[in-house]
Design a protein around this ligand. Sequence first.
Ligand code: UD1
Ligand code: BG6
Length: 712
Amino acid sequence: MCGIFGYVNYYVQRSRSEIVDTVLNGLARLEYRGYDSAGLAIDGDKPDEVLLFKEVGKVAALRKLYASSKINNDRLFDSHVAIAHTRWATHGRPSPINAHPHRSDPNNEFVIVHNGIITNYLALKALLTSKGFVFESDTDTECIAKLCKYVYDLNKDSARPLDFTALAKLVLRELQGSYGLLIKSVHYPDEIIATRKGSPLLIGIKTEQKLKVDFVDVEFPELPDITVANNIPTITTPESAGLSNLTVPHLMTSNLLMPMDGSDLRRSQSRAFISEEGTPMNAEFFLASDPASIIEHTKKVLYLEDDDIAHIYDGELHIHRVRREAGEPAIRSIQTLEMELNEIMKGSFDHFMQKEIFEQPESIINTMRGRIDFEKKTVTLGGLSSYLGTIRRCRRIIMIACGTSYHSCMATRAIFEELTEIPTTVELASDFLDRRSPVFRDDTCIFVSQSGETADSMLALQYCAERGALTVGIVNSVGSSISRQTNCGVHINAGPEIGVASTKAYTSQYVALVMMALLLSDDSISKYERRTSIIDGLSKISSQVEEVLKLNDTIRGIAETDLAQQKSLLLLGRGYQHATALEGALKIKEISYMHSEGVLAGELKHGVLALVDATMPIIFLATHDSLFPKVMSAVEQVIARSGNPIILCNKGESALSKLGKTYRTLEIPQTVDCLQGLLNVIPLQLMSYWLAVKKGYDVDFPRNLAKAVTVE
Ligand code: UD1
Ligand code: BG6
């Protein structure tokens, strides 16, 4: 998905090459999110000159483009603002023109980078075109840059100059949709605006001197604010323009002028950034959509809230809001990132995905750390403690997610129902929203997401929250939108996951959900034995994962010699292993581009059997549980049709001997039925990895896919 990186130095002298290196390295840290073009904006050598560099492809291509320019790299800047972006094409194909930063005009008076979607861009574009603006890209974003200039020009001759915050407020209230946004302008040299709505943005802060306080005050307007004073009239655009469902702001000139009595022009001091002498301190700011690109510079970060307008100038960070709602906090705290740089480095591995697969013995432990007492057989989830009563009393549980996270819900649904005795359904976020599924106040809705930013899951969360349901997050990214907007939740603590194909997040989500089910049922005596056996199973699971990882070479061999030439692959499982089959098939599709299908083994005879012959590769998930005999009957049906399946089974499985010799096995240690999927999925992760490597594909950056899909 798109990535934003901005860098501001205030009285910290940096050469142009250092500045460009900082932003390009920042972009490179965001590469894992998936993108198809990149760009940056920096100051030129002439006054009021801003230079843009934009290129299709990787950050390395942008670096090359920059290197080929004849620009003076040694020029020193005491203070400077640079903005940069990686774009994942939505509106308009990948091209230098469509890449960000976008500009207001050929002189680059305003340049912006944007994540998200401006839903009323067609109406804004039509209006700005009628005012003489010439659009050069196919993007929705460009209208923001042009709107900035339009508003600036309207106000530039007024008695009081418009400051950057006031300008941003006037612009933002015309935008509909979602955004993480940085604005740079020749009219406000060495200043930057950063703002967000529904798209993450955080600011890293680096100062030599200690900050005076570890928070930033939120500044609210004192006089009647401009939005209330000039309530924006809206019009509905004509259907003929293809905008039948859009309500667009009516850009009346009066709305875009700063009121003469506006108090927003007053500049205040930001307490955190004042030195002992009472003057602003030298400072650097790193603005990004993802903490992974900030961590190497500083651990002090401030997460912006939706509708915050951050304005950095004179070495100070100010946070503004257009209005104050009752009970709204008046500060944003400056937090310390817990992430370490080595967590986002590949180390000795060839790919992030490989590293993350092999990290699972540890990441699973981290998910359970401090939460399970294996002696006393108890589970504590700090994030849920105040809500346990409400969840236990709820009418039903709805688990909502996308992709791999959805599979972790499927994998644990049965144990949730068994232990909690609360009806539990599992929903794909997009389908749940499409159906406008009924949700009630006494429902508990669990949102499972690695990134915590997936648009479909976020929209479903808002939908459920509006209907009064309790919302619970199972999220990896601390500080993400889902983590912050749910009533409560559990961080899975798997550490940053960089590979687009999710691996360690899946197993940690799985463990977190099982822990939640165990916790919800800890008041039930009848479930005691079952709970105890699951907790004992969890105590051994990490070492069993290590054992499964020893199959790496065998699986590599199977992938390279037997499967890499195939066009298609079927994975069959039932009960707990249906989710494993689906997740294995997804991994294989995602990174090896091979068609693979996860099938419920019980459905084999209802259609899929038609595909089976001696050449069709099939993997059976046939580890031992109550459904094992039924899975074996499916295996027999396949063998009867000359199939040569690969069977994932428990060590020394005797029932296979009657099958003859037309199959191969991968032997997996046995655990409790509801945890077996944690072990069975690992060979499939490895198989997808080795298939992709064998085919020469870019494992960490599969084509057309993004790590976090922040558009619907
Ligand atoms: C918390 C701390 C952890 C510390 C531990 C010690 C954080 C992020 N975690 O972990 O560093 O070691 O206390 O007691 O500070 N939440 C949501 N939605 C979500 C996920 C979480 O609302 O999707 C909320 C939880 O309800 C909770 C908070 O975020 O209020 C932290 O959750 P979590 O990290 O899971 O809590 P602890 O395990 O207690
Ligand atoms: C994307 C990713 O499609 O989003 C998948 O490519 C992921 O790997 C899915 O499973 C859901 O993401 P998240 O962050 O909500 O778990």
